[in-house]
Structures are given as structure tokens and as C-alpha cells.
Design a protein around this ligand. Structure first.
Ligand code: KIV
Ligand code: ZN
Length: 520
């Protein structure tokens, strides 16, 4: 079976996005249900072929997210992950049942080290498990993906036997992951070639690459897999994922598009939406995108050196191998200010790739006006920070009403904070070892919780002393860690907002937090 589109000179490569499963699995990247839905809808609109929406057996929240995404996504296949365990497969089948195109993705470890230490099973036992679980899944839905976890450290003979058994039992996609990010491109290409040549029923399945980035080779390995015959690539927005992450979707898609001369493939992804998708994933997970990140980093199209700038003015192709517009970066940087009206703001949002509902637009416009009153020039980055924060906080139960701080050389520093918790307004004054400590102490007094602060980070959104401060806060509780970001010209307000954002995320994951003090 191949994924080529009839009549097209290039082979079609299916893009399987796992931002909502492998991506969300990385510590601190937890997303709320609403954020997952926003990401899934954008992936669908962007032309991703398969959206792995989650791991339904993992929790009721995951099950609910996969079911809801399955019912909302119109075009893409929606996959739910399941271990090679009967209850997992049944739950995944139930979660994806409402999808227009449902898929169960089931996996089992195949490498000697996993079999000996994790599974404690023999090769023959695992082969039986593959047949039983794939058969069970195939009785629930037609589209079954089977993955050989740690395939790249599995002896080829045994890997071939496993693949043959999975296809015989009904698997339609065979994924051979580099689970630990160990392979090199040559090895990974050769593994796909060998399996496809040696497995007698290999032509009945589409082969898939799934690469982790432990050695920084995830994208290179995924592209090598295409040469070995893979026609599906599993990847995530901004490359987020377990440990060093997964292959980055935007890099895969743009490598295929930009190097069509040597990579004779095409994807169905609308590349002008890549920047928007990267920003949405970053806002939803609160994971910043590194400045020099390929394709979607802030500096990806910035030219600093005089020689480069000179070349760019003469002909952009001297130093640009793809246009910023092709990935959704707009060149115009019209500065906005307090005289900018609704129409200009709407235009700017469109230019930045946002499409907001009427309510979201109204909220964002009001916050933009407040910001413009406090800051002379409002730059694109300011607007992005503002809209991303609006999206991230739309469903928050705890909101900052006001904060005043007494700080300076003569302590103690003091924070007076008013919060709205559901429909109750609560107020508290606390001291601390510095204004940030006092602010966080006030939050702890108002919303007692056991969460531990794992990270507190501040950086400026733009240049200048009136720049907005962007604060990231990571909290962990009950074995979960969540990150939240907030921006404001006042660093302490941004700190409070970021901390509250993280608490709200924990709340939405079922953590036990209580508002302590009644309203004035
Ligand atoms: O990395 C991996 O092996 C996985 C499997 C579940 C596909 O994520
Ligand atoms: Zn993985």
C-alpha cells in the first residue's frame, strides 16, 4: 500500500501530528481541554493528515479530550494511543468512535532491553500479544497503527517477525520509532529498507517514522526514513515532546517543500499557517520557542550582519532559502498605538495569523487599549503576547482583580492582592522576602495549595524600559507539572498572572485548591 496521490509526480507524505500526545507528555507542557481543542482545530485546518489526540486510558481528562477532538475534527484522522493491553484498546476505541476517520494506535516494546527489563516477556510472548491486541483493535475500527517501541534497538530479524504479525492481524500503518533518539540517518533509512524488503506482506501497510531528538537528529532521521520507504512522519509543533522532544513538524514540512529538488515528496500542510500553529502551541503549553529555532524562531528571518543586510537589500535570495511569508511571517511591522482603532487592530491580528471569535476579539481589543495607554509603541510581539495570554486564560477560574506592592530598600516588602475565585472576590495582604515573594505569598494565602514552584523566569518582550515583562512560572503538584506565561509592563503583575495561570491549569487537571478568604 502506498500513500502516493494519483497523477502527482511527487509522493504524498502523511503528516501525523502528536503534539497533543507525545508533545503534551513532556514535563510542564500540560494543556487544558480548551487549549487542546484549539490546537486540534488549527491542525485540522492547516492540513495535517492524522492528529494523535491523546492517550485515552491515561485519565478521564485524556479520554474526554480525545472524544471531544474526535467529534470536532472534520477532515483529519483522529488517533487515540493504547498500550498492548485489552483495556487500553477498548478505551481508545471508545474515545475515537465519534471521529469521521478514527484510528487506534497501539504499541508494544520489541527491543531486548525493553523485553528483559520493562516487559519481562519472551520474544514469542510479545509476538502473541501483537496478534491478539491488533486483532482486538481491528475489530473496533478499520484504521490501525501498530508501533514497535524502541524499534531502532531491535534486532532486524525479530523486528521483521513482529511487523509481519501486526500486518497479518490487521495493522494498516506500521510505525518504527526511534524511541530513544539513538539512530543515525543512514541506520534509520537502512532499517526501513530492510523491513520493507524482507517482510512478505509489507506492501499492505504504510510505514511511518517517529523520531526523538536526543542527539539532535530527529528531523534528519525522519527525512532519511522517507528514502527508506516511509510515507508517514510523526512530529510535533515546535518539536516538543519527551526529553529532547520529537521531530519538529514545521521543519519537516519546510524541508520537504524547500528541497523539492532532492526530496521528491509533498505534504498537505498549508505552510503559511506554520507560524500561527507554533505560536498557539507555545501559548497553550507555555513553552517558549527558542529565538534561533528553525522556521518559527524569532530570529529565523532576521539578518543582523552588515554583509547579510546588504545582500538582502539587493536580492533576498542571497541569504534566504525560503520567504518569511511562506511560513506565515509578515514582513510589515506597523507599530500600533493608542490612536489605532478596531479596524487597524483587526488588520494587525489577521496579519499575525490570528482568527478570533467576536468575544475573543473584544477582550483582546480592550486589553490592547489598556496596554496602549501605558506604552507608547505597541509592537507585534506585544500584541502576540496579549492575544496568546487572552486565549490561554479564557476559561480561568481564578483571576487577578488588583495588586499593589510596597517595595524598595526599606523592607518588609508587602503585596495586597484581590482575586476573583469563581464568583467570589477575596483579598489578602502578605509580606515577603522581596516583592515577588510577597506576591506569591498573597496568592498562597488566598488559594492554599501544595504546588511547588519549579521555575520562575522573566524576560522582556521587546526592547526599552517600557517593554512588557514576560514571566514564565512552572508549578508541580500530584506528579503533574504545568507551565504558564503572562506579559505585562509591570513585572509583578505579570508574575502574579503567570502564577495564577499555572494554578488555573492545575485546577483544570483536578488538583485540590481552595479559596480561603471571603470577599470584603
Ligand atoms: O517514542 C515512541 O516510541 C512512542 C510510541 C508510543 C510510538 O511515542
Ligand atoms: Zn515518542
Amino acid at each position: 500500500m502506498t500513500a502516493s496521490v494519483s497523477g502527482a509526480a511527487k509522493d504524498r507524505v502523511l503528516i501525523f501530528d502528536t503534539t497533543l500526545r507525545d508533545g503534551e507528555q513532556c514535563p510542564g507542557a500540560t494543556m487544558t481541554l480548551e487549549e487542546k481543542l484549539d490546537v486540534a482545530e488549527l491542525l485540522d485546518t492547516m492540513g495535517v493528515d492524522i492528529i494523535e489526540a491523546g492517550f485515552p486510558i491515561a485519565s478521564n481528562g485524556d479520554f474526554e479530550a480525545v472524544s471531544l477532538i474526535a467529534s470536532r475534527v472534520k477532515r483529519a484522522t483522529v488517533a487515540g494511543l493504547a498500550r498492548a493491553i485489552s483495556a487500553d484498546i477498548a478505551r481508545a476505541g471508545e474515545a475515537v468512535r465519534g471521529a469521521a476517520r478514527p484510528r487506534i494506535h497501539t504499541f508494544v516494546s520489541t527491543s531486548p532491553i525493553h523485553l528483559a527489563h520493562q516487559m519481562r516477556k519472551s520474544e514469542e510472548e510479545v509476538l502473541e500479544i501483537i496478534t491478539a491486541t491488533v486483532t482486538q483493535a481491528r475489530n473496533l475500527v478499520e484504521d490501525i497503527e501498530w508501533s514497535a517501541m524502541d524499534a531502532t534497538r531491535t534486532p532486524i530479524d525479530y523486528l521483521c517477525r513482529c511487523v509481519e504479525a501486526a500486518i497479518k492481524a490487521g495493522a494498516t500503518t506500521i510505525n518504527l520509532p526511534d524511541t530513544v533518539g539513538y539512530a543515525t540517518p543512514d541506520e534509520y533509512r537502512a532499517m526501513f529498507r530492510a523491513v520493507r524488503e524482507r517482510v512478505p506482506n509489507a506492501d499492505k501497510a504504510i510505514f511511518s517514522a517517529h523520531c526523538h531528538n536526543d542527539l539532535g537528529l530527529a528531523v534528519a532521521n525522519s527525512l532519511a526514513a522517507l528514502e527508506g520507504g516511509a510515507r508517514q512522519i510523526e512530529c510535533t509543533l515546535n518539536g516538543i515532546g519527551e526529553r529532547a522532544g520529537n521531530a519538529a513538524l514545521e521543519e519537516i514540512v519546510m524541508a520537504i517543500r524547500t528541497r523539492g529538488d532532492i526530496l521528491p515528496y509533498e505534504t498537505g500542510v498549508e505552510t503559511t499557517m506554520l507560524m500561527r500553529a507554533s505560536k498557539l502551541a507555545s501559548a497553550a503549553t507555555s513553552f517558549p520557542v527558542q529565538y534561533n529555532k528553525a522556521i518559527v524562531g524569532r530570529n529565523a528571518f532576521a539578518h543582523e550582519s552588515g554583509i547579510h543586510q546588504d545582500g538582502m537589500l539587493k536580492n533576498a535570495q542571497t541569504y534566504e532559502i525560503m520567504t518569511p511569508e511562506s511560513v506565515g511571517v509578515s514582513k510589515t511591522s506597523l507599530v500600533m498605538g493608542k490612536h489605532s482603532g478596531r479596524a487597524a487592530f483587526r488588520n494587525k491580528l489577521e496579519e499575525l495569523g490570528y482568527s478570533l471569535s467576536d468575544n475573543q476579539f473584544q477582550d483582546a481589543f480592550e486589553r490592547f487599549k489598556e496596554l496602549a495607554d501605558r506604552k507608547k509603541h505597541v509592537y507585534d510581539e506585544d500584541i502576540e503576547a496579549l492575544v496568546d495570554q487572552n486565549i490561554a486564560t479564557a476559561h480561568d477560574r481564578i483571576r487577578l482583580v488588583s495588586l499593589s506592592i510596597v517595595a524598595g530598600t526599606r523592607g518588609p516588602q508587602r503585596a495586597t492582592m484581590k482575586l476573583q475565585v469563581d464568583d467570589k472576590v477575596v483579598i489578602e495582604e502578605q509580606e515577603g522576602n522581596g516583592p515577588v515573594d510577597a506576591t506569591f505569598n498573597a496568592i498562597k494565602a488566598l488559594v492554599p495549595h501544595d504546588a511547588v514552584l519549579e521555575l520562575y523566569q522573566v524576560h522582556a518582550v521587546t526592547e526599552g524600559t517600557d517593554a512588557q515583562a514576560e514571566v514564565s512560572v512552572r508549578l508541580s503538584a500530584d506528579d503533574r507539572s504545568v507551565t504558564s506565561r503572562a506579559a505585562d509592563p509591570d513585572t509583578l503583575v505579570a508574575s502574579a498572572q503567570a502564577y495564577l495561570g499555572a494554578l488555573n491549569k492545575l485546577l483544570s487537571r483536578g488538583a485540590r485548591l481552595h479559596a480561603q478568604h471571603a470577599a470584603e
